[in-house]
Design a protein around this ligand. Structure first.
Ligand SMILES: NC(=O)c1ccc[n+]([C@@H]2O[C@H](COP(=O)([O-])OP(=O)(O)OC[C@H]3O[C@@H](n4cnc5c(N)ncnc54)[C@H](O)[C@@H]3O)[C@@H](O)[C@H]2O)c1
Length: 310
């Protein structure tokens, strides 16, 4: 046995733990889990200058949290900051930060620690999409996708997780995507970045469990296309099964999941079923089904986001 490894549970304890976790899941699928109080918590939202990030900030403001808002878009971020104060945030601070640059993340994180304090809820939300077919996508845009949508999460965790561990208190929120569960035509670099972000968040969650850091929670969110402008031009041919979502609805679900310390959140619930199908259907069959339903169809060349330059 390695010197730092713990002794194995006895069979009885192991079975007891399994039974307890299954029972807990069953009970909380019947009755709603109690919601935690986030008043006074320091909540950092990256990409707070628009879309889901802005709405997340406003929801936490209404719950009385202290808001730390990061975005590369100074104007949008400052507007969110004003809105958060009006919505009831205990305090709100806007910082310009290019999350794709590690040095920028570390520099602004140090500033936040000095000026505001230890972040206790970290929401990695900033994101970009290139929306090009793989071979048509310039290398630098693909690198940027990975830098913003995935690598920024490494740097923000490095900056803020140590204090969460020291305080045995914190919540790590990863805004992934349905594109972090399924490969989607026309979104190769975006999918890669979201799969990576998901794998990273899951792995660190596993580390917190292994190290018995019970006070640190994780929530990983997989929304389908949402009407924020990021995927303008995309359509769904199955509006009942997989509707284009309204951002207010998505954000209500995310905040609810955080307050209930829920690990995974797929929006809408159809994604859980598709994931179940993916676990045993051959990929070709799944793709035939997806093509028939015209889901996960991304129109060519309609998405070119404002933050990306060729
Ligand atoms: N809109 C959707 O259909 C959808 C679906 C699933 C997941 N998501 C994810 O939700 C998150 C929010 O997306 P949204 O729909 O609100 O889009 P959005 O474009 O409205 O918001 C993204 C925000 O991130 C900021 N940002 C971009 N690059 C940055 C950088 N380098 N540093 C700091 N900030 C940066 C932008 O300025 C913007 O304010 C993203 O991670 C996105 O991938 C969106």
């Amino acid at each position: 046995m390695a010197p730092d490894s713990k002794p194995k549970d006895s069979v009885a304890l192991f079975l007891g733990k399994i039974l307890f976790s299954l029972l807990e899941t069953m009970v909380f699928s019947l009755i709603p889990k109690p919601r935690k109080n986030v008043a006074g918590e320091i909540v950092l939202v990256t990409g707070a200058g628009s879309g889901l990030g802005r709405l997340l900030a406003l929801q936490f403001a209404q719950l009385g949290s202290v808001l730390v808002l990061w975005d590369i878009n100074k104007e949008g971020n400052e507007q969110t900051c004003r809105m958060a104060r009006e919505a009831g945030a205990m305090k709100a601070y806007a910082y310009s930060c290019d999350c794709s640059r590690r040095e920028d993340v570390y520099r602004v994180a140090d500033q936040v620690k000095k000026e505001v304090g230890d972040v206790s809820i970290l929401i990695n939300n900033a994101g970009i999409v290139t929306g090009r077919k793989f071979l048509e996508c310039p290398d630098e845009l693909m690198e940027k996708s990975l830098d913003v949508n995935f690598k920024a999460h490494l740097w923000t965790y490095k900056a803020f997780l140590p204090a969460m561990i020291a305080n045995d208190h914190g919540h790590l929120v990863c805004i992934s995507s349905s594109a972090g569960l399924f490969g989607i035509c026309g979104l190769a670099d975006y999918c890669a970045s979201k799969f990576a972000a998901t794998g990273f968040a899951e792995s660190v969650f596993a580390e917190t469990i292994a190290q018995n850091q019970k006070g640190i929670k994780t929530t990983i969110v997989y929304p389908f296309f949402t009407n924020t402008g990021m995927f303008d031009g995309c359509s769904t041919a199955s509006p009942n099964l997989l509707p284009i979502l309204e951002p207010e609805y998505v954000v209500r679900k995310i905040v609810d999941a955080v307050l209930q310390n829920q690990l995974y959140l797929c929006i809408p619930k159809t994604l859980y079923f598709l994931l179940f199908l993916k676990s045993f259907l051959p990929l070709r069959t799944l793709l035939i089904l997806a093509r028939y339903l015209d889901i996960f169809h991304v129109m060519d060349g309609v998405m070119m986001k404002k933050n990306l330059k060729t």
